[in-house]
Ligand binder design. Sequence first.
Ligand SMILES: C[S@@+](CC[C@H](N)C(=O)[O-])C[C@H]1O[C@@H](n2cnc3c(N)ncnc32)[C@H](O)[C@@H]1O
Length: 437
Amino acid sequence: MHNDETMNRRASGTAVELTIEEIGGGGDGIARHGGQPVFVPFTVPGDRVRATLEARRGDGRAASMVALLEAGAGRAQPACRHFGSCGGCALQHLADADYAAWKCGRIGQALARAGFDDVPLAPLARTGVGERRRAGFAAWRRGRRVTVGFNRRASHDLVDLAECPVLAPALFALVPLLRRFLARLPGGDLALDAVATVLDGGIDLLLVGPPALDLVMREGLAEFAEAADLARLSWRPHGLAAIEPIAWRRPALVRFGETAVMPPPGAFLQASRGGEAALVAAVLDAVGGAARIADLFAGLGTFCFPMAEQGGARILAVDAEGDAVAALAAAARGRSDITGVCRNLFRDPLGAVELAAFDAVVFDPPRAGAAAQATELAGSGVPVVVGVSCSPASFARDARTLASGGYALTGVVPVDQFLWSPHIELVGVFRRTGRAA
Ligand SMILES: C[S@@+](CC[C@H](N)C(=O)[O-])C[C@H]1O[C@@H](n2cnc3c(N)ncnc32)[C@H](O)[C@@H]1O
């Protein structure tokens, strides 16, 4: 142990020449050195690089490229001046076709590791430049210096954004306005987090900052809402849950199918309209004419309202976030086809008796997946189960649980709505065959 640590410390800082073989799950190129994987950010397969070995990382080692000695075939010119220093994007340097293949490959590899070798994968549904409608910025004022942007790569520092090709132009337009607002505000140093979403009525902005909002700050915020032409501005003190409305200038609404929902400030929303449309189309296709559907981890009703509109289905929508369920239920007020329920599906998943009431179940959990709910579904008789996921690994684990209960994974639709990041989303369709696999 002692010897290993000493050797590791000695290896750090060593200059080596490496040939990149593949791109790993986090988007870094992977080479081999001394039989171990070495992770080199911003490289592509075929690159020959001079690199400096750094700290241990998993079963290998991190490294930084010092010089590109020979470029692999799949290199592209990054689209943004901040690429490499900004923590937002990992893959702008990769040629487009290789990028799309790598994203789909992440799903194929996760499924293969879970024992699914021949699941049909639909073509990648893609979103492009300027389509992100939701972003979290940080904004600092330190002395006379004001910085607004995203976290610097592997750092708590910030990149002061001069551009961001990923964001919807209306979202990026907030950056200089936030900068001006902070620069003019009286007082000392300040750190804010900002969650901004493009809604139908304009930008919905939630600022998270110091607990005490004095009158000057309150007036400054109201003026900022005017200057930035925000639909809604809300304030949440750091570390607290309570949200205070500051300005409400236009209805803050988002439309799912034909239904308008008023999201609580900062609520989860799919990252882009195009990505949401691809996910919804895949879910609608899978549930077809099902008459009774459970929409689990339903959020504000992204799938629930379009499903109700498609086939006249009756829908039970379940989510643990009380404010989201309240918004969904308020939008469904007066109609008998949708019921919203607040329930923690990790601790208290729908059981076999409850599931017997449904012809189809959709589940769209957070990154951790839906282990407890998948176990209950595996023992159910629901004919069609549709999984929506932002994590191929937890999806594959839950898919294995469903397969062991007699479900066949009949197809997967990959959706890329986090352009140039390592993230990928998917919709997987399971049909009950009765045979455990
Ligand atoms: C990826 S979002 C999907 C939301 C919605 N389906 C959509 O597409 O907009 C995951 C949802 O799971 C909910 N959630 C997280 N943990 C949960 C839990 N333990 N039980 C139930 N819902 C949970 C979150 O509130 C969030 O709405």
